[in-house]
Design a protein around this ligand. Structure first.
Ligand code: AMP
Length: 399
């Protein structure tokens, strides 16, 4: 029997999340994460399928040490990285620039390209590279596949990807709109077509990926034509801690008037803005609860968040011309009935409505929440980025 397992690694600056999947039946054999790498007492949480969660707290000075510990946990369950059943390691890589339009088997050239993109993804690409190099060292014979967050958006037309700034300056410094969360937008737009029982080529979908980071995309017949994140994940929707769209002059203004440095404004807009900046909380459950108790800051944060969403739904309706479905996904999108309801309230003119009972029902599976009469299907579609990464990596190495 040929190898059907894929280990998915999502390496952050001080963490690694992982899942081992068997693509024969899309089952999960183990899931886990390592936190606080290089920060003293690191923590590894490992859960094999059908087994108890195991915890290890010990110092992992770097990703190499952390991944070695992960490999040991997997080996203890008979799932070691040297197993002949393992077909590939699939790595989430945040920035693939214009170069990477599809998943790619990693070689020295690919590593060098990902390295060249570090200036546009200074926080993420170095951690992703470390993850790849470490996994390579653990088993040099195993194919390492890079799956890029930006790849799904490379089909955006040039007029959607361009900022209206001097072309020579933009091109010299790779300044353009790339978009992120691509594996989620790809997975959810396809799953939405499946939910409607229609070929993906025939369906136009607006996807709202509303997690702690949040982004919208307009997908025509399975191809992305517009997305809300840009050069970096800062543009677009209001997020947990990021502002999303602001007038770029806010940066110069704060620099001139408040004496804030570039790094300070970067930190403000990425870490102290969005929901947390508006009301001190970035958990939508807490915001909805405070709002119901009459808390005005929480109510304002909710309204700013939803207002931005509604503007994007309207804009993407115009971009697509015809919309078949509006799909909500990720932490807030899958779980917050109040956000979904407020996002489409009063938009019957665009063919949008939700059925209150269907909207309030909770399930783990994809479902339609709009009433029969609505011309656009509103859907809740749980995302699964790990499954999408494993699917793409497996398709590449088994073809
Ligand atoms: P994610 O980045 O997709 O894991 O989403 C995380 C965010 O989802 C959290 O910050 C919460 O705001 C939100 N979230 C998770 N569970 C719920 C829930 N039951 N109701 C509302 N929001 C939720």
């Amino acid at each position: 029997m040929s190898a059907t397992r894929v280990l998915v690694l999502n390496s952050g600056s001080s963490s690694v999340k992982y899942q081992l999947l068997d693509m024969a039946d899309r089952s999960r054999l183990a899931v886990g994460l390592v936190e606080r790498i290089g920060e003293g007492a690191s923590r590894l949480l490992h859960t094999p399928a059908g087994g108890e969660r195991r915890e290890r707290v010990e110092p992992y000075p770097d990703h190499g040490a952390a991944l070695k510990a992960v490999a040991a946990e997997l080996a203890a369950d008979g799932l070691g990285l040297d197993s002949p059943d393992l077909a590939a390691v699939g790595h989430r890589v945040v920035h693939g620039g214009r170069e990477f339009t599809r998943p790619t088997v990693v070689d020295d050239r690919v590593l060098a390209e990902i390295e060249r993109l570090v200036p546009v993804a200074p926080l993420h690409n170095p951690a992703n590279l470390t993850g790849i190099r470490t996994a390579q060292a653990l088993n040099p014979d195993l194919p390492q596949v890079a799956v890029f967050d930006t790849a799904f958006h490379t089909t955006m037309p040039e007029y959607a990807a361009r900022y209206a700034i001097d072309v020579a300056t933009a091109d010299a410094h790779r300044v353009r709109r790339y978009g992120f969360h691509g594996t989620s937008h790809a997975y959810v737009s396809r799953a939405t077509a499946e939910l409607l029982g229609r070929p993906v080529e025939d369906v136009n979908v607006i996807v709202l990926h509303l997690g702690n980071g949040a982004s919208a995309s307009a997908v025509r017949g399975g191809r992305c034509v517009e997305t809300s994140m840009g050069l970096t994940p800062l543009e677009g929707l209001v997020m947990g801690t990021r502002s999303g769209d602001v007038d770029p002059a806010v940066v110069f203004h704060l620099n001139r008037v408040a004496g804030m440095s570039t790094d300070e404004v970067d930190e403000l807009l990425n870490k102290r803005s969005g929901l947390v900046g508006l009301c001190g909380d970035n958990d939508m459950r807490e915001i909805v609860r405070r709002r119901e108790e009459g808390d005005e800051r929480a109510a304002l944060a909710f309204d700013v968040y939803v207002h931005r969403l509604r503007k994007y739904v309207g804009a993407y309706t115009a971009v697509l011309g015809r919309v078949d479905a509006l799909a909500f996904t990720a932490g807030v999108g899958e779980n917050s009935a109040p956000v979904r309801e407020a996002t489409v309230a009063g938009l019957e003119g665009l063919g949008l409505a939700v059925d209150t009972e269907l909207n309030n029902r909770r399930t783990d599976t994809a479902r339609v929440i709009s009433p029969q009469y609505a011309s656009v299907a509103v859907a809740v579609v749980p995302t699964d980025e790990e499954l999408e990464i494993a699917t793409q990596a497996y398709a590449l190495v088994s073809s």
